[in-house]
Design a protein around this ligand. Structure first.
Ligand code: C2E
Ligand code: CA
Ligand code: CA
Length: 393
């Protein structure tokens, strides 16, 4: 035949092997080149899993094995790539992904399984993303991510207006909601027991920060931390406090343990032993929110209380009206009779200050002097004061 390219089956060749025949005319002669099937099969043998190639010339086909066959009618799943210069083509079966029918025929089970798995994971992912993480869970995460940070409210001496110390107040630096006030997460922390890791984290941070500015702090400078009753009664509390004290570079600071009276305080032998033990180890014990609790007063005689913190609700009532100080007068009198030093909280006005000064209350805390500030602000405040290292009484 005249065709330039021919696939010749084995039965037509001398050695009984199929060949590809190429023929061309040159200078009045015919040149014929035969290419052995093994060379062609080598070229067709591409290591692509599940795909079989064959060489197509006219209506004949040579696959990766066997003799030259008459090409079957190609169906949808067989793809053909034709050469532009020579009359041959490469045929190959479409990989399953190119053909849906083949995909389902050959791997129906797997497809179904994949569909189920992906729908399930999409559903779970959707639920996870939209699910409301419980407030407890987000608080727990916040504690371990150090998002609960200490703010410091200076305690001043009313007479000289000098700084006597600071109270550590927790703030939640929430990545989305900004700063969250402790009144909205301390009750949750107390209910869930997270108050212990929360307070421990604040103790660590406060000690680290105070150590960084130890040269600015006079001897006897107060550093107060609020402790919840559930933490104080924990068996580890006493040891934790001792470790906390040891972690300070400066050993002459006045570490204050603030115990709130707001929740009923079960004053039993264990509590008395713990708090008096800490007092003997050099801690100062402050009774917070004095006058608001229901704990009774008898324990004031069993406990070594160093300071009483007059609740801001009493201070807030003070105005020009004489009656406004009736309750506060008696609270102060009681504290004086017990010879316990007093810190007044929530001082906001000159009037309140005047009243407190008349009553010789010298430890004062309130917006009139300073709001709770972040550590950087505290440094600025300390730097703006003369750096005299005097003992704070
Ligand atoms: P607290 O111990 O009685 O702390 C004093 C609160 O009064 C602070 O509120 C302070 O910002 C606020 N305050 C100070 N001066 C003034 C003032 O002049 N006017 C008014 N209106 N308020 C003033 P804060 O920081 O919101 O804390 C609220 C309470 O949350 C604290 O009351 C304390 O009981 C509790 N708390 C804060 N941090 C901690 C903590 O680390 N542990 C525990 N257990 N409780 C904490
Ligand atoms: Ca307090
Ligand atoms: Ca208080």
């Amino acid at each position: 035949p005249e065709a330039p390219l021919l696939l010749v089956p084995s039965k037509s060749t001398v050695n009984g092997l199929p060949v590809l025949l190429y023929q061309t005319n040159h200078a009045g002669s015919r040149i014929m080149v035969s290419i052995s099937d093994s060379h062609i099969r080598d070229a067709l043998n591409m290591p692509l899993r599940g795909v079989a190639y064959s060489l197509l010339v006219g209506n004949r086909r040579l696959g990766q094995s066997g003799d030259v066959l008459t090409a079957a009618h190609s169906n949808n799943d067989v793809l053909t790539v034709k050469d532009v210069d020579y009359a041959f083509a490469i045929q190959f079966n479409a990989p399953p992904l190119f053909s849906l029918t083949r995909l389902f025929d050959q791997a129906g089970g797997v497809v179904l399984f994949l569909l189920l798995v992906s729908s399930l994971s999409a559903y779970l992912l959707q639920r996870y993303l939209s699910k409301d993480i419980s407030p407890e869970e987000s608080l727990r995460t916040a504690i371990y991510r150090n998002e609960i940070i200490p703010y410091y409210q200076p305690v001043v001496s009313g007479k000289e207006g000098t700084l006597r110390g600071v109270e550590v107040l927790a703030r939640w630096k929430h990545p989305q909601s900004g700063f969250i006030s402790p009144s909205s997460f301390i009750p949750l922390a107390e209910k869930t027991g997270l108050i212990i890791p929360l307070t421990q984290s604040l103790m660590r941070q406060a000690a680290t920060q105070m150590n960084a500015i130890s040269t600015l702090l006079p001897e006897g400078f107060h550093v107060g931390i609020n402790f919840s009753a559930s933490h104080i009664v924990a068996s580890t509390f006493f040891e934790e406090c001792l470790n906390y004290k040891r972690s300070f570079v400066q050993q002459d600071l006045n570490l204050v343990v603030e115990v709130t009276e707001r929740e009923p305080l079960h004053v039993d032998e264990h509590l008395v032993k713990t708090l008096n033990g800490l007092h003997n180890k050099g801690f100062a014990i402050a009774l917070d929110d004095f006058g608001t609790g229901y704990s009774g007063l008898s324990y004031l005689q069993d406990l070594h209380i160093d300071y009483i913190k007059i609740d801001q609700s009493f201070v807030a009532r003070v105005n020009a009206n004489e009656d406004s100080t009736l309750i506060l007068d008696s609270v102060l009198e009681l504290a004086k009779k017990l010879s316990i030093r007093i810190v007044a909280e929530g001082v906001e006005t000159q009037e309140q200050l005047d009243y407190l000064m008349r009553n010789n209350i010298t430890f004062l805390q309130g917006y009139f002097f300073y709001k709770p500030v972040p550590f950087k602000e505290l440094i600025k405040i300390l730097l703006s004061k003369p750096k005299v290292k005097v003992r704070v009484e």
